[in-house]
Ligand binder design. Structure first.
Ligand SMILES: *Cc1c(COP(=O)(O)O)cnc(C)c1O
Length: 409
């Protein structure tokens, strides 16, 4: 008898996006005339074309592979030096991070799930609420939780509520936890964390011998020069934090696939016997065993993001999406809604009008404005009463969404 991993049975059946799909399907079936004008601002996927510098570099890399003299087979599992060095030189200027601390992957979703391989079973794990669902579900799968309650909260996890009162950056818990997931700029709330807020978390982690898993997937969208772009801008973070980054959102790599984890030498965890073990060495060992590296053309494409032309093209993409975010913020404010996020992140997080739940608002927007948004409650119990509008769209669609918001709400 082949036994399955019973932890999978604890998972709530991927409720959010299937339920959005079901409601949109029902609406278009009942209103076929409106199907064509429906605008989707739901899923966090980029919409604009891959930068030219990236495409050129990828074409060139494919041609290299097509010539026996320049052909490459397996590359280094941890990533090619050309990309690791480009990242260290461009993303971590004066932050004491070397190319060797950077591990290239096929994206942050995989990294943030896979990292659990190297941690033990008895850790107390803290996640924010609302949250990127990957952190929760990967902990469920690996057996770090009990069952979910009626609010979808799993037994054994420590939930850190993020609300308007704390500017969507959680308060330091009064209990001791071992692993903390933080994501800033945040998906879904669009909030960013200040230096002081991150310093408080780093101090907590150091005092409690905890590790912070810091997801900086939206770093490129930060506009405010005072907002930290990396956790390593905070003193002490080199001893207690891993940073996850991705080319998905800045470089439009959601379909190309490339990301990385940064792990300084000084981050350690304890073995059963209390010995201190380097997290970087464990991750390197895990990578060599379970991964054969990201694709060569993709790593060349990622490297091109740091070229002169690549930087300019990425800056244009970011400016496009952040211009969308500004318009969406303004339109929501104008109709009297309470708006958060969208200033250092491509997500606008909006409080529902008095008396409407997140799903009420979803239905109202779908039926009256023919716009698909994401209900905040889908990201966690504390997201109830909010909805997320993604700025990943064409300018034309965003302008139309703003007009419809003003006309219908
Ligand atoms: C989009 C996103 C990522 C990036 O995921 P990839 O697998 O690299 O595409 C990581 N974290 C969050 C919170 C995201 O929204």
């Amino acid at each position: 008898m082949a036994r399955i991993n019973d932890n999978f049975l604890k998972l709530k059946a991927g409720y959010l996006f299937p339920e959005i799909g079901r409601r949109v399907g029902a609406f278009t079936q009942a209103n076929p005339d409106k199907a064509a004008s429906l605008i989707k601002c739901g899923i966090g996927d980029v919409t604009e074309a891959l930068p030219e510098a990236v495409r050129e570099a990828m074409h060139k890399a494919v041609d290299e592979l097509g010539n026996r003299d320049t052909f490459r087979g397996y590359g280094p599992e941890q990533g090619y030096d050309f990309l690791r060095e480009a990242i260290a030189d461009n993303c971590y200027v004066n932050l004491n991070i070397s190319a060797d601390d950077i591990f290239i992957s096929d994206g942050s979703k995989c990294d943030s799930g896979n990292i659990l391989d190297i941690f033990g079973q008895d850790n107390k794990i803290a996640i924010t609420d609302p949250v990127y669902p990957v952190y929760v579900d990967t902990n469920v799968m690996i057996g770090n939780t009990g069952d979910a309650d009626e609010n979808g909260r799993y037994e054994g996890l420590v939930y850190l509520p993020c609300t308007a009162e704390n500017n969507f950056v959680p308060a330091i818990p009064d209990e001791k936890v071992d692993i903390i997931y933080l994501c800033y700029p945040n998906n879904p709330s669009g909030a960013s964390a200040t230096r002081e807020q991150l310093a408080a978390w780093v101090n907590y982690a150091k005092a409690n011998d905890a590790i912070i898993l810091y997801d900086a997937a939206y770093e490129a969208f930060i506009q405010d020069p005072d907002v930290p772009r990396s956790i390593y801008e905070i003193e002490g973070a080199h001893d207690c934090a891993l940073e996850f980054r991705s080319f998905s959102k800045n470089g439009g790599f959601t379909g190309v696939r490339c990301g990385y984890i940064t792990i300084p030498d000084s981050v350690t965890g304890a073995s059963a016997s209390g010995e201190r073990i380097s997290i970087k060495q464990l991750w390197s060992r895990r990578t060599s065993t379970k991964f054969n590296g990201a694709s060569y053309p993709v790593q060349r494409g990622a490297e091109a993001i740091f070229s002169e032309a690549g930087k300019k093209q990425v800056a244009e993409l970011v400016a496009h999406y952040m211009g969308n975010a500004k318009l969406l913020r303004e339109a929501c404010s104008e109709i009297g809604l309470n708006v958060f996020g969208g200033e250092n992140a491509p997500y606008v997080w909006v409080a529902c009008p008095e008396g409407l739940t997140s799903w009420d608002m979803f239905d109202k927007m779908l039926e009256e404005a023919n716009v698909v948004i994401t209900p905040g409650s889908g990201f966690g119990a504390a997201g109830e009463g909010y909805f997320r509008i993604s700025a990943f769209n064409s300018r034309e669609n965003v302008i139309e969404v703003c007009t419809r918001l003003k006309n219908h709400l």
